[in-house]
Design a protein around this ligand. Sequence first.
Ligand code: NAP
Length: 481
Amino acid sequence: MVDAPRDGHDARVSEPSPDPTVFVLFGATGDLAKRLVLPAFFRLAQEGLLPPDWRLIGSGRRQKSDDEFRDDVHAALQEFGPKPEEGPWDEFSSRLAFASDGFSPDDPGRLLDRVGEAEQALGADVRRVFYLGVPPDGFASLTRAIGDHGLADRARVVYEKPFGTSLEGFRELDKCVHEVLDESQVFRIDHFLGKEATQQLRAARFANGLFSSSWDRHHVAAVQIDVPETLDVDDRAEFYDATGAILDMLVTHLFQVAAEVAMEPPASLGADDIAEARAAAVRAFRTLDPDEVVVGQYEGYREIEDVADDSRTETFVAARLWIDSERWRGVPFLLRTGKRMAMSRQTVHLVFRKPENGPYTELPERANVLTFDLSGNGALSLAMTLERPGAVAALDRATTDLPLETVADGDPLPPYVRLVHDVLIGDRTLFTRPDGLEDVWTVSAPVLDAHPEPEVYAPGSWGPAAAERLADPVGWVLGES
Ligand SMILES: NC(=O)c1ccc[n+]([C@@H]2O[C@H](COP(=O)([O-])OP(=O)(O)OC[C@H]3O[C@@H](n4cnc5c(N)ncnc54)[C@H](OP(=O)(O)O)[C@@H]3O)[C@@H](O)[C@H]2O)c1
């Protein structure tokens, strides 16, 4: 086993023994809560990773008793796991409560009382965590309410993505947040940063001489961050139609992963240095050129209930991003995502350049590719060109796979489990910073402003043909165009 150097401190254990915590979940009746946040909390209970004493209060605008909320959580765990019977359900459920009637600057609903009761039960120095699992238009009012009702002290506040929907919206929200909270209290989630394989981007590169010496424009012909989905949007149509692929995926998840790939070596593995390296990478992104962005809409999208007949929302986007740094000058970062595509994958590919000299200069494109599979527990794979064993001399491409769950003593955690735990221990390494986000909105403004008419593509395809051309001459690794 190799003990990773931590520059004098372990970034993972910012607060080894977290204080007793009241965890307030806004949006507790929503899709995100039931599919991801509540299951993450239960998994942490299973793993013994919750603070020694805690309460979870769901907050919502509807009327709901504590018992009804417990039943909802039970049903969510049955559907999305871990199953209640696989963990300490009775003990867990006794710590759940629900505060009805919403929470706003003018009206605290039932929440203020419920937090007071929980804090009394937990004793002195209780940590407050507010998780804003609500649509972005609810962020400002809930933040103001936290401040106005005297709850900002000892608080950490978690914001779901997207943090703003434009440069102007971002600045307004950022101002409002900093009127109530210090930056150290703010945790902006982008769950792609919490994926196990995303973190391997750093380890694979900085801990291995083979990759650290070749992670640049001299060796890499193209970087591809490719997240196609076969799923449609039927069950989230209203949300999706108001959002689209650019906001939902491109300028959030795909940009953050691009920054992870592109970052310069951080000064240390401490949270501040990693966040600084990521923000500096985004600062070097060149403003997107609308001519290098292709948007599409799958055939049949406008027939979905809750989608306007003339909707121009894009269900597909592919973009060629350039990074103006000495390391990456001239290397296209190709970003692609969409609904109803030919396959579901979440991948980062580094396509290495073909050798310029020697006996093997006539190789096909994509003969040597390092791939990070971000889905599930994560995996790395390396495609290489090798001599085919046997009597007949021929070159062939072979791939070696490394699923992360096979790494000795590994215990991969789903991203929401990892990120909720990081909030509880106060580790901000995997959360985004306001300067990095402001740059994201600046870089994407021309495309968001242009709002181009999407090209129609066939369900089950790889999107509009123009997106294929965007990847010339290397071509996309997925779909092997
Ligand atoms: N679902 C996902 O897979 C997913 C993944 C990543 C990120 N996200 C992000 O998570 C957030 C929530 O998404 P969702 O899919 O859970 O949405 P959803 O299913 O529509 O649920 C929204 C929840 O927020 C509450 N809510 C809505 N507007 C509110 C407001 N103005 N003030 C306070 N509460 C409000 C609703 O509660 P009431 O019962 O009070 O109406 C409901 O519980 C969004 O920012 C989304 O981008 C979602």
